[in-house]
Design a protein around this ligand. Structure first.
Ligand SMILES: [Zn+2]
Length: 407
């Protein structure tokens, strides 16, 4: 497959003009400059567009995709959690299937080539497999009582069996958060997974989480009592969320820490030492009106920060490009280059832990997208973040999975 575009964002961060990308099988075999007008036979010409590594959505909940706009405000975190739980409980198996499928289709249209999906029921497995996305479906688990662990393990093993032969899809684990998953569940889940699987967990999302871990009190205690969760088996570790994860042996390769909205200097040092990637969900973060996210401090400290959309119960789309556009208007400390790095290269590094994807260069995996660039002045990366820019094509493992011209 040969694709030409006015621009291509290269591995070294520079932009190549009049670029031709050639892929064979699942790999990129050449990236080069050609004449401005020359396209040649068998070349797909995207015109005023920029070829980019595929976007990595490092955190979402596809099962909840049909709930867009159903929860208005995230100001009251506990009420939001209860509202989402109620809405999900009211969804039939068919609702969940349709919702997951809609989420997968939206992801393809958004240029996503790799996705990490927290699945409570596993209904997204089939649509993810059918779509040909590179995906980690992580089984979301809620349990404070030790008796629940063996039941959850059985469900996880069944999902792994069902995923066999799925090519680009891996099943992993997701203890929901330190206030809904016991220490034993975290330790066990970490042991269930192998080197190519992911453990993803929400962490330090709300100040109430730290309060609950330090003292066992506060808003989350009230919420868990309301849910009749086994609080008598739970003991406050008296540690910050990050230190708690460290004490449980969770901070290892293959772990993704989602949100990390509230961190102190000590937490950031630990994340750096342990080379722990953090997933920042910008519009979900804004939905809950959290104070400024420490993304700038994390990046300056050398921590890999990926981007996630979170679910449509706290966001309006499943597009990483939309997350980047949102940040471009809000955070002066993040230049367009930072945003593209987080949305592509760093996402791939966080999720896949290797250098196979996340960069458009010879020998890398052909996980690629292209975004329209309005003609005119300004740097191409900046113009790709204009309000009206859109995804033109999504290619995963050398296969076109979305093509705007075919719509
Ligand atoms: Zn989430």
């Amino acid at each position: 497959m040969k694709i030409r575009a006015k621009y291509l964002w290269r591995a070294d961060g520079s932009v190549l003009e009049n670029a031709l990308l050639e892929t064979r099988g699942k790999k990129i075999v050449s990236v080069r400059r050609i004449g401005a007008k020359r396209t040649g036979r068998g070349v797909r010409d995207l015109g005023d567009a920029i070829i980019l590594p595929g976007f990595v959505n490092a955190h979402t909940h596809l099962e909840l995709s049909s709930l867009r706009g159903r929860v208005r405000s995230g100001r009251d975190f506990a009420r939001w959690l209860e509202k989402v739980r109620g809405l999900r409980a009211g969804m039939t198996a068919r609702d969940l299937r349709l919702s997951s499928r809609a989420g997968v289709e939206e992801s393809l249209r958004s240029g996503t080539t790799t996705i990490v999906d927290h699945g409570y029921t596993g209904t997204s497995l089939r649509p993810l497999r059918a779509a040909g996305l590179r995906a980690h479906l992580v089984f979301e688990m809620i349990a404070l009582h030790p008796d629940r662990i063996s039941i959850l393990e059985k469900t996880y093993r069944r999902m792994v069996r069902e995923s066999r032969g799925s090519g680009l899809l891996r099943v992993g684990v997701a203890p929901h958060a330190p206030y809904t998953a016991s220490a034993e569940l975290y330790r066990s889940a970490r042991k269930w997974i192998g080197p190519e699987q992911v453990l993803s967990t929400h962490l330090s999302e709300h100040p109430a989480e730290r309060e609950f871990l330090i003292s066992g009190e506060g808003l989350l205690r009230w919420l868990l009592l309301r849910r009749n969760m086994a609080l008598h088996t739970w003991e406050a570790p008296r540690l910050s969320p990050v230190r708690y994860m460290k004490s449980l042996g969770v901070l290892r390769r293959g772990t993704l820490l989602v949100h990390c909205n509230y961190l102190n200097g000590g937490d950031i040092r630990i994340l750096k030492e342990r080379r722990m990637p953090v997933v920042y969900c910008p519009r979900s973060h804004a939905f809950f009106q959290h104070p400024r996210h420490p993304v700038g401090r994390l990046r300056r400290a050398g921590v890999c920060v990926a981007l996630g959309t979170d679910s449509l119960t706290s966001n309006r789309s499943l597009s990483i490009l939309d997350e980047m556009k949102f940040l471009a208007g809000k955070r002066r400390d993040l230049a367009p280059l930072d945003l593209f790095e987080m949305g592509t290269r760093d996402g791939a590094r966080a999720v896949m832990g290797n250098q196979q994807a996340g960069v458009v260069a010879r020998g890398r995996l052909s996980d690629v997208t292209a975004v329209s660039v309005s003609p005119g002045r300004g740097r191409p990366l900046e113009r790709a973040l204009d309000d009206d820019s859109r995804v033109l094509v999504t290619i995963v493992n050398g296969k076109v999975v979305f093509d705007a011209s075919a719509e």
